[in-house]
Ligand binder design. Structure first.
Ligand code: UDP
Length: 469
C-alpha cells in the first residue's frame, strides 16, 4: 500500500497507549492525512492498535520491544497499574526515541519529517526533539480548563486543599492517602482561583504537587507543553473561550482547537471490538427515550456500588444501553453480580459499543458517563445531556463544568446512592431546558466547523503551521 506517493511532508505521531489518548491521536492522524501529510505512528507494543485498519500509515513499535526486559515485562496490563508505563518510559525512553527519530530523519525513501506530534504526557520527548532540532507539537487530550487547573496544582497544594478529605471520593484515591483527614466545611467552598470549582473537586483530582508519581508526571507535562512548538486540543473555542484567552496570554506556543469527533469516528482505533448487536433494538426505541451508560476504558467500581447503579437504574424505569467492560466490577470477570432477570426487555448490556454512533442515535436521551474528556466532547458534539459520575483526574473537573458552567448535565457528586441515581436519570430525561442548552451548544459547535468558523480556521492554520516547518 502506498504511503508517500504525492505526499511531500511527513508527520511523526506518538500517542500515549491508552484508549482515551489513542482515539484523538488517530483522529488527528486521519485529519492530517486527509490534508496531504504522510503519517508515521510511533507506538508501544502494549495496547497495539489494529494496524490493518490503517494501511495508509507507517507504524514503528518502540520502547517495549524486548520481551526479556524486566522493567516492563511484568507490568499490569489493565486497571490503574497499566499507567505505570507512563512513569517508566518518560524516565528511560529518551535514547530509544532519539535513535528511532534519527533513522526517520535520515530515511531517503520517505518524505522529509516536518514535526513530531506527541501526547502531552510524553513529556520526555521535548528534550529529544530539541536535541534533533525537530519541532514538537503536543496533543493535549483533555480540556483547556483542566490544563489551567493542573498548572495551578502547586498553588492549590500550598493553599492546603489536598490535605482536606472528601468521603465521597472514589476508593481509588484511598491508597493515595487523601481520605485520612476528617471532613471539613471548606469542601463546599468555591475555589477562589477557579470560581466554577468547589474545593472538593480539587481533592478528587487525586494527586498533588510533585510528591507522588502522577503529580510529577503532571508538572512535567505542564512544563514541556509550555515549551512545545504548538498545542492541539480536542475542544472548540466557543466552549472554552476564556481559558483559551488565558492560555494564549501565558504560553507562546500557538493553540489549535479541533473537536475531533466531528471529523472522524474512533471506530478504527478502538482497542476492543465494538458490539453492534443492539442496534435493531435501539432502532425500535422512541426518540430521546434511552439512557446510554458507559464509564470509559479504565474506571472500575466495587460490587456494592455496581449494585447501587443497578437499583438506581431499575427504579428510574428508563430504558438503557449499558456498556459494562469486562473487569469494570472489581473482583468479577463481567456480569456475575447481576440479579436474575436483569436487564430484561427495558435494557441492553454490552462489553463495548461504537460510542459516537450510539450518542448520535436519535433514541438516546441522556449519557450517564464517567466524564472522561473524549466522552464529554462526544456528548457535546451530539447535543446529548449528561449524568456525571466522575472517578479521578480531569473527570471531576469535567463534571463540574458540564453541570455548573455549561449546565448540560447533572453531577452525581455524593458517590453511588440509588435514590440519587434514580432522581438524576429522571431529571435529565425530562428537563427540556437542559436538552435545549445541549442543542444550543451543539449548534455553536456546528457553526464553528463551517468555513470561517473557529474550528474550521484552527484546522487550516494547523496545516499551514506544520507546512511552514
Ligand atoms: N468508547 C468506545 N466504546 C465504549 C466506551 C467508550 O468506543 O463502549 C470510547 C469513547 O468513544 C471515547 C473513549 O473510548 O473515545 C474513552 O475516552 P474517555 O476520555 O471518555 O475516557 P477514558 O477511557 O480515557 O477514561
Amino acid at each position: 500500500m502506498e504511503t508517500t506517493v504525492g505526499r511531500h511532508r511527513r508527520v511523526i505521531m506518538f500517542p500515549l497507549p491508552y484508549q482515551g489518548h489513542v482515539n484523538p491521536m488517530f483522529q488527528l492522524a486521519n485529519l492530517l492525512y486527509s490534508k496531504g501529510f504522510s503519517i508515521t505512528i510511533f507506538h508501544t507494543n502494549f495496547n497495539k492498535p489494529k494496524t490493518s485498519n490503517y494501511p495508509h500509515f507507517t507504524f514503528r513499535f518502540i520502547l517495549d520491544n524486548d520481551p526479556h526486559d524486566e522493567r516492563y515485562a511484568n507490568l499490569p496490563l489493565q486497571g490503574m497499574g497499566a499507567f505505570s508505563r507512563i512513569f517508566l518510559f518518560n524516565k528511560c525512553g529518551a535514547d530509544q526515541l532519539r535513535h528511532q527519530l534519527e533513522l526517520e530523519l535520515s530515511a531517503k525513501d520517505e518524505p522529509p519529517v516536518s514535526c513530531l506530534i506527541t501526547d502531552a504526557s510524553w513529556h520526555f520527548t521535548q528534550s529529544v526533539a530539541d536535541s534533533l532540532n525537530l519541532p514538537r507539537l503536543v496533543l493535549r487530550t483533555s480540556s483547556l480548563f483542566c490544563f489551567l487547573i493542573y498548572a495551578s496544582i502547586p498553588l492549590l497544594d500550598d493553599l492546603g486543599y489536598f490535605n482536606l478529605s472528601d468521603n465521597t471520593a472514589t476508593p481509588l484515591l484511598d491508597g493515595l492517602g487523601y481520605n485520612n483527614v476528617p471532613d471539613d466545611e471548606r469542601l463546599e467552598e468555591q475555589v477562589a482561583e477557579f470560581p466554577v470549582l468547589k474545593v472538593k473537586d480539587v481533592i478528587k483530582i487525586g494527586f498533588k504537587k510533585d510528591n507522588d508519581g502522577m503529580g510529577d508526571i503532571i508538572s512535567n507535562m505542564v512544563k514541556q507543553t509550555k515549551a512545545s512548538s504548538g498545542i492541539i486540543w480536542n475542544s472548540f473555542k466557543e466552549l472554552e473561550q476564556l481559558q483559551l484567552e488565558t492560555i494564549r496570554r501565558d504560553i507562546p506556543a500557538p493553540c489549535f482547537l479541533i473537536p475531533f469527533a466531528r471529523h472522524f469516528t474512533t471506530a478504527s482505533s478502538s482497542l476492543l471490538d465494538h458490539d453492534r448487536s443492539f442496534f435493531p433494538w435501539l432502532d425500535q426505541q422512541p426518540r430521546n427515550s434511552v439512557v446510554y451508560i458507559s464509564f470509559g476504558s479504565v474506571a472500575q467500581v466495587e460490587e456494592k456500588h455496581f449494585m447501587e447503579m443497578v437499583h438506581g437504574l431499575v427504579d428510574s424505569k428508563q430504558s438503557f444501553l449499558w456498556v459494562v467492560r469486562p473487569g469494570f466490577v472489581s473482583g468479577s470477570t463481567w456480569l456475575e453480580p447481576l440479579p436474575d432477570g436483569f436487564p430484561g426487555e427495558g435494557g441492553r448490556i454490552v462489553e463495548w459499543a461504537p460510542q459516537q454512533e450510539v450518542l448520535g442515535h436519535e433514541a438516546i436521551g441522556a449519557f450517564w458517563t464517567h466524564s472522561g474528556w473524549n466522552s464529554t466532547v462526544e456528548s457535546v458534539c451530539e447535543g446529548v445531556p449528561m449524568i456525571c459520575s466522575p472517578f479521578w483526574g480531569d473527570q471531576p473537573l469535567d463534571a463540574r463544568y458540564v453541570s455548573d458552567a455549561w449546565k448540560v448535565g447533572v453531577y452525581l457528586e455524593n458517590g453511588w446512592k440509588r435514590e440519587e441515581i434514580t432522581n438524576a436519570i429522571r431529571r435529565v430525561m425530562v428537563d427540556e431546558e437542559m436538552r435545549e442548552r445541549s442543542r444550543v451548544l451543539k449548534r455553536k459547535l456546528d457553526a464553528s466547523l463551517i468555513e470561517g468558523g473557529s474550528s474550521y480556521e484552527s484546522v487550516e492554520s494547523l496545516v499551514d503551521y506544520i507546512s511552514s516547518f
